[in-house]
Design a protein around this ligand. Structure first.
Ligand code: ZN
Length: 178
C-alpha cells in the first residue's frame, strides 16, 4: 500500500508548532511519524513524509502539507497530532485519551479511524471516538482518504505517563494494515 504521513505543525521553537504541556506536540508527532514510516517501510509499503518544517504561520504550514499530500496518489493520508485542553498536570488516574477526526460520516477513511481509536485505546487510553470535522483544513483539502489522529493529551499527566512513541506508532500501523 501507499501512504502519506505528516506531523501537523512546525518544529518546536518555530511559529505554529502546536500544543505544549507536559510534552510538546511538534516533537512527539515527529517521533511518531518517523517510527510509523520505519515500520511501514519494513513491511514493504511506500510512505511519503509530507511534514512541513518551514511554515511562516499556521495557515502556511497547512497549505504546504496539503500541497505535498496531493502530489501523491495514496491509499491513506495520516495527520499526526496531539491534543490539549485537559489541564490535568497532577494526574487524576484517568487518561483523556485518543480521538480520530475525519471529513464526513461517509469518508472512505472511516474504518481506519475506527481501528486507530480501538487500537490506541488498547494501550490504556480512553477511546474518545471518531469526530466528524469537515472544517479542518487538511481534511477538507486533501484528495486522498484522510484521518487526523489526536494520539493523546499533552497536558494530562495520565496520558503522558502512559505515552511511548514506539507503542503509539505500532498501534497506528496495526490499524492501517488490518
Ligand atoms: Zn495539532
Amino acid at each position: 500500500m501507499k501512504f502519506n504521513i505528516h506531523a501537523g505543525h512546525n518544529p518546536d521553537g518555530k511559529v505554529a508548532c502546536g500544543a505544549v504541556g507536559l510534552m510538546k506536540e511538534s516533537t512527539e508527532a515527529r517521533k511518531v511519524v518517523d517510527k510509523v514510516i520505519t515500520l511501514l517501510e519494513q513491511k514493504g509499503h511506500t510512505v511519503y513524509n509530507c511534514t512541513c518544517n518551514n511554515g511562516i504561520n499556521q495557515q502556511d504550514v497547512l497549505k504546504k502539507i496539503v500541497t505535498k499530500c496531493n502530489m501523491h496518489k495514496v491509499d491513506l493520508d495520516l495527520s499526526i497530532h496531539f491534543n490539549s485542553g485537559r489541564n490535568d498536570y497532577e494526574g487524576d488516574g484517568n487518561t483523556t485519551g485518543v480521538e480520530v477526526c475525519i471529513h464526513s460520516r461517509t469518508s472512505k477513511s472511516k474504518p481506519y479511524a475506527k481501528k486507530v481509536c480501538e487500537n490506541i485505546s488498547k494501550l490504556g487510553y480512553k477511546n474518545r471516538g471518531i469526530k466528524i470535522r469537515p472544517e479542518l483544513y487538511v481534511l477538507k483539502h486533501t484528495s486522498n482518504p484522510a484521518i487526523l489522529i489526536e494520539c493523546c493529551f499533552v497536558d494530562d499527566r495520565d496520558d503522558v505517563d502512559l505515552y511511548d512513541s514506539k507503542k503509539m506508532a505500532q498501534k497506528i500501523v496495526d490499524s492501517i494494515l488490518y
